[in-house]
Unconditional design. Structure first.
Length: 381
């Protein structure tokens, strides 16, 4: 006759003593910190299951499920996880004798109660905390960053709302984020990696570029329109150029051919903004001009890259992007000007430096001027 074995579970999905390995395995497999052991006697097994307490006599309330189905059924009705809370399923030798066969669930329905063990209480508490964490983790925010002056940047708590807002709009970026803080940083253009892109320590940057407000100083706004052009774009004979139009400071206008790399319209538009940033940086730092610049471009790619997308890249990733020879320095220049305005908020005001997208060839005078300068630049090559 085969020797009976008893499987005690001290820590698992449920605890207690079981007379077959399959049931025991279903309770401990994959359970973090599971503790279980095989014994030759019921007394030893129950002592282990009850965390080392001495065993005096068999308990009539001991439940021993004999199959996985019994375990599933017990889980659907049970409340406690203590060693005596499994649904009644007696061994063959006990089936004909008197028994208290009601499950804990039925006892509760009949008005009988029992005190939960500390182990069960802690499990319930942990489960509740886990559910709260799960609910919190499942909450998502949708940030909408607008480079289009006709639409506001916003935060939504549901995708349908976000989708309705961004539908059929140009100059708009959106992103799903895990927290409200991340969403706010996204729409405000706040990045923890900015000084990595600059390549300079924050304290050094502050020390070198902070300005003291001057009494009576007047800050003026200056729109800067940027555009690129490629004559015979997409052909071997393509010639590209770029133009920058300083609306209130015409002496800084730029009209140049694109000297390096593929002669494409896209590269010319990137270079236009890059050259504008060079001139702006010189005016702000070397020439100490009190100007609040606003760059405007009809390139959605450039506007979105600088207003939000670069924040998702590392310095190394930027160097792997198409046109990285222009993109990497472009981002560095943009971030420097952005941080300059941030640290000198007392001088220039609190408005964020960003790139504004404008619709090309829509009759905006500044954009048309930049287009003329870009065409002129392309003709010089």
């Amino acid at each position: 006759m085969a020797k009976n074995s008893f499987y005690a579970v001290q820590n698992g999905r449920s605890t207690g003593v079981f007379n077959n390995w399959d049931t025991c395995k279903s309770l401990v497999s994959g359970f973090p910190g599971a503790r279980y052991k095989k014994f030759d006697t019921m007394a030893e097994a129950q002592s282990f299951a009850e965390q080392g307490k001495s065993f005096s006599k068999p308990s009539s309330s001991l439940r021993v499920p004999q199959s996985r189905q019994a375990y599933r059924e017990s889980q659907s009705s049970q409340i406690g996880y203590g060693p005596h809370t499994m649904k009644s399923e007696r061994s063959s030798g006990e089936r004909n004798g008197p028994r208290d066969s009601r499950s804990l669930a039925s006892k509760v329905k009949a008005g009988r109660t029992r005190e939960m063990s500390p182990t069960r209480s802690s499990i319930l508490r942990n489960n509740q905390e886990s559910r709260k964490r799960g609910q919190k983790a499942s909450q998502r925010f949708y940030g909408v960053k607008s480079s289009n002056p006709n639409y506001e940047s916003k935060i939504f708590e549901s995708w349908p709302e976000c989708q309705r807002y961004v539908s059929r709009k140009s100059g708009i970026s959106f992103k799903k984020l895990d927290s409200l803080e991340e969403a706010q940083n996204f729409i405000n253009g706040t990045s923890s990696k900015d000084f990595e892109f600059i390549g300079q320590d924050q304290e050094q940057f502050l020390s070198q570029y902070s300005r003291v407000p001057e009494e009576g100083a007047v800050v003026q706004d200056c729109n800067v329109y940027c555009d690129g052009s490629a004559l015979s774009n997409g052909t071997r004979s393509s010639r590209a150029g770029y133009g920058v139009y300083f609306e209130q400071d015409g002496g800084n206008n730029i009209s140049e051919p694109l000297l390096e790399g593929a002669q494409t319209n896209n590269r010319a538009e990137i270079q236009a903004v890059s050259s504008a940033l060079d001139q702006i940086w010189t005016n702000l730092t070397a020439n100490k001009k009190n100007l609040r610049y606003q760059i405007k471009t009809d390139s959605e790619y450039v506007a979105k890259l600088l207003n939000d997308r670069y924040m998702g890249y590392s310095v190394q990733k930027l160097e792997q992007l198409p046109n990285s020879d222009l993109i990497a320095p472009l981002v560095q220049k943009f971030v420097k000007v952005k941080k300059f305005y941030e640290i000198n908020e007392e001088v220039f005001g609190s408005s964020k430096f960003h790139i504004e997208w404008v619709r090309g060839h829509a009759g905006e005078a500044g954009n048309e001027k930049a287009d003329e300068l870009a065409r002129l630049g392309a003709s010089k090559s």
